[in-house]
Design a protein around this ligand. Structure first.
Ligand SMILES: Nc1nc2c(ncn2[C@@H]2O[C@H](COP(=O)(O)OP(=O)(O)O)[C@@H](O)[C@H]2O)c(=O)[nH]1
Ligand SMILES: [Mg+2]
Length: 444
């Protein structure tokens, strides 16, 4: 997600950030490039215009041109506007009632957008937060929909309500709500049916379900891959049924990001979550600031740290940040990272969040077999070698290769890659602006 737009933005950012003096022409050029990048990313035309005009107007003022660090000021304007475009932190939370009543979340969206998957992801998330969710199979159109939800519910230990043979989703929804109240289930998550295209029958059906349940949250699930089209469909749902928030599914897909950048601004509803994979835990709260940083190529350090927290404790994470910054990251640290990586999801997801890692190290560099080999190599090293890889001469390399069941060329390759990685970290650690951005994101 955002690969191409992020590449372009970070070029603009890098070009301007270091300049001690910038001209109106510099700003015009930069804004023009931003405009092209946004349009390329399939961002809604009106949104692009507003963004570009606003940035231009603000940047042309004295504040930027006469500032001590004009480049930085400009980048800040772009960043702030990007954050504002994506939403605000306050409205990202689910609006649920307290645990002594039953809140209702209604899922809507086209077929295949990810409603059923998201419903179960939400249930798992809420359960983890101490809630008592119940899922409702009110998609009565797709033959296997009920079974799909049951399988997902089973896997996370959340009950799934359904009525065999029933064709009226309103009846199912009402019966489910009654049962949820009786069983003291505090959140009811209702999965509904979608069509390939918008149609009146679908809208009527969902509208009736909505009227019967009076949901606290009506979440529109938008497939990131549908780009601009997702915006049109969201507007339609908003007008006919009303939505309270958006979930952007398939955020992990390789798309340009236009939907993400347009939805909030055009539809006026907050993006509350993003789906980042097919697994139950692949649902993350949407943080405008972090996404904006990611787009601007600042790296999403906070998300990384947060994600890592489930497998590493906080202190370890901080230690790693510090080591990266101080350039004392050694092979032992690298080994620890490799061990954790397995538990943290895809390598690509992680790389995207480390400043500077993208483009320097690719998924191919770190395939699973390679990780296994690298672990074996490091494990065959002595402590002195792990903490100071520079002492690894030919004899040591030979010994380690034999000890780890690899070849000297494997050892050489691993050390070379590690050196490259350290250089990247150093480069970024030396760059005050990235450092500041990193620290700021970490709340320091
Ligand atoms: N990669 C990825 N796949 C997803 C995500 N959300 C849903 N999917 C997949 O998209 C497909 C359709 O999802 P489903 O929940 O059945 O859509 P529904 O028809 O709206 O209920 C399934 O294969 C899901 O595994 C996501 O965030 N990332
Ligand atoms: Mg479904």
């Amino acid at each position: 997600m955002f690969d191409s737009i992020s590449d372009k933005f970070s070029t603009v950012v890098r070009t301007l950030a270091g300049k001690s003096k910038i001209t109106e022409k510099n700003i015009q050029d930069a804004v023009e490039e931003i405009k092209v990048a946004l349009l390329d990313a399939d961002v809604n035309l009106r949104v692009v215009r507003r963004f570009v005009n606003g940035t231009m107007e603000e940047a042309m003022g004295e504040k930027v041109l006469k500032a001590v660090d004009p480049g930085q000021q400009f980048v800040k304007i772009v960043y702030d506007r990007m954050v504002a475009l994506l939403g605000d932190e306050e409205h990202q939370k689910l609006l649920l009632k307290g645990p002594d009543t039953t809140s209702v979340i209604l899922m809507m969206g086209l077929q295949g957008s990810g409603k059923t998957t998201t419903a179960s992801k939400l249930a798992a998330r809420l359960k983890k937060e101490g809630r008592r969710p119940m899922l409702v199979a009110a998609d009565l159109v797709r033959p296997a929909a009920i079974l799909q939800l049951k399988v997902l519910g089973d896997a996370i230990g959340v009950p799934v309500f359904s009525i065999d043979g029933e064709k009226n989703p309103v009846k199912v929804a009402k019966a489910a709500l009654a049962l949820a109240k009786k069983d003291q289930r505090d959140v009811l998550i209702v999965d509904t049916s979608g069509r390939m295209h918008l149609d009146e029958t679908l809208m009527d059906e969902i509208k009736r379900v909505s009227e019967a349940l009076k949901p606290d949250e009506t979440l529109f699930v938008a497939d990131s891959m549908t780009g601009q089209n997702a915006v049109t469909i969201a507007q339609e749902f908003e007008q006919k049924v009303g939505i309270t928030g958006v979930v952007l599914s398939k955020f992990d897909s390789d798309t340009r990001g236009g939907a993400a950048l347009s939805l909030r601004s055009v539809v006026g509803k907050p993006i509350k979550f993003i789906g980042t994979g097919e697994k139950t835990e692949d649902l993350e709260p949407f943080h405008p600031q972090r996404i904006a940083s990611r787009i601007l190529g600042m790296g999403d350090v906070v998300s990384l740290v947060e994600k890592a927290q489930e497998t590493i404790n906080e202190q370890d994470a901080l230690k790693m940040q510090e080591k990266m910054a101080k350039n004392t990251f050694d092979l032992q640290d690298y080994l620890d990272q490799l061990n954790r990586m397995d538990k943290m999801g895809s390598v690509d997801q992680i790389l995207e969040m480390i400043p500077g890692a993208k483009g320097q190290i690719s998924e191919d560099d770190i395939d699973k077999k390679e990780i296994k080999r690298e672990k074996a190599i490091i494990c065959s090293m002595t402590y002195a070698e792990r903490t100071n890889y520079r002492i690894m001469g030919p004899t040591r390399r030979k010994r380690v290769a034999a000890g780890s069941g690899t070849n000297v060329s494997d050892v050489n390759r691993m050390l070379k890659k590690f050196e490259k990685m350290r250089l990247t970290m150093k480069k970024f650690a030396k760059n005050k602006k990235y450092q500041a951005a990193m620290l700021k994101q970490m709340g320091m």
